[in-house]
Ligand binder design. Sequence first.
Ligand code: S3P
Length: 178
Amino acid sequence: MEHNRKIKKNVLLIGFMGAGKTSVGRKLSWKLRIPVEDTDKLIEQKAGKSISEIFATEGEEAFRRMETEELQEICSRSYSRILSVGGGTPVREENRKLLKKCGTVVYLRVKPETVWERLKEDTTRPLLNCEDPLAKIKELMAARKEAYESCADVILDVDEMSVDDCASSLAQWLEENA
Ligand code: S3P
């Protein structure tokens, strides 16, 4: 793949679970011709178990530590690539600083009802494994709103957009601005 030389910085995709960070990241990688990585996948590979197993056996705090370590590692070596991070990554101030330092932060913003529609059959999000997942989505999203918005360089409202639409408008914005 010929590397796109117009994009000089990393592109960090943030947003709530189900916003489409992973799928948009892959599509964007293809459109911009720069590599893509996903912190959740890297953590799973390193730990040799799924995120759900990490939450169940080591707890959320341990997962959050792995998330920060992974981000530190990637940001120290990567350049001009796309990185999608877990929905909870921007919650820690330390991570927000890392994200901002690491490149252009793109926030894929989504409504709670859209997340619920997309994830109601999903069993891979331990935080939504509870009695009232929609209420949990609303609660977490309200608590995270400020964190997401404060570190974003650009915000895209994705509820009505397909993965391809998101990737196309981001590719154009990034080629002109990043
Ligand atoms: C989480 C989001 C998940 C994953 C973990 C915790 C969160 O990633 O990191 O289940 O706290 O919002 P996705 O946003 O890719 O689903």
